[in-house]
Design a protein around this ligand. Sequence first.
Ligand code: ADP
Ligand code: TRP
Length: 321
Amino acid sequence: MRILTGLQPSGKLHVGNYFGAMEPAVRLQDEGEAFYFIADYHAMTSAQNPTALRENVRELAIDFLACGLDPSRAVFFRQSAVPEVNELAWILSTVCPMGLLAKCTSYKDKVAQGISPNHGLFAYPVLMAADILLYDSQKVPVGKDQKQHLEVTRSLAVKLNEAYGPGTAILPEPIIREDTALVIGLDGRKMSKSYNNTLPLFGEEKVLKKLIMKIPTDSTPVEAPKPTAGSTLLALYQLFASSTDYATMVAEHEQGGVGYGDFKKRLAEAYWDYFAPMRVRRAEILATPGYVDEVLAAGALRAREEAANVLDRVRKAVGLR
Ligand code: ADP
Ligand code: TRP
């Protein structure tokens, strides 16, 4: 079974990305042949900054490997290392009705956020469909926000098969991660880089712990019981603590007698310990010059091999060969 997903290199990874995307992807490596890529072409649709793009791609590669992506099991590559994807995107664009793209909410949302309404942003779902179909992907794990893009992908696969014969494209199944809890940010809203409320995965200990100490809390005195419903501290603590430690903190909220400063200190420690193995792995990766480049080069070679087969089939079907 071929499992494929892409991640946009769009800045420092945070705890929400970890639990919402990386950790599920790492678990899926054992269930089939995973193809994971860094969607650098897609990142260009919302920012045009070559230095940042290069850095973000590198950081994402390092961080994903540190989080447990195992290149001996998963094929890990940069989207742009397989430029064949553009040819398939073009072929798909010729069977893609304008109305299908006009319906996509993510384009409208991004334009509303102030991103320039460029053609790449509008055609984003076609390139994403090409990413998926180029590798005959069977399962595509994505967050809820990508559900519509998977529907577009399936429609385009059907259209290609209607126009050029069954089997030209293989229909993928989405795996929508409905079950991954929404990770709450430091201000109680969804953790997101657009809200500037994130807890980064990696960084300086002092800076990161300080972020936790600054989480806003109410003014309940130390002795008094504290509300547990809607508590940002407890929601975050639950991600990192054992169930017994979590239950203890809930009980201490209910009983009173422990101040928010104490709870925050414990949260900061639990968070720091949780990511300790990933930090160690990250340091090892950084201490091995050339490692990341080698992994990505080997991944690209393998991905390109597969892409060449599929593209050959599609070119013949459409009459380009
Ligand atoms: P951001 O909201 O910070 O811009 P992205 O949209 O780039 O994050 O998300 C990348 C991946 O991380 C997606 O799969 C998304 O579902 C997941 N993700 C992001 N934020 C959260 C969160 N707060 N809780 C759970 N998953 C998240
Ligand atoms: N659009 C996806 C996101 O923003 C990233 C992506 C690009 C992707 N191509 C893909 C995900 C193909 C799955 C399959 O999260």
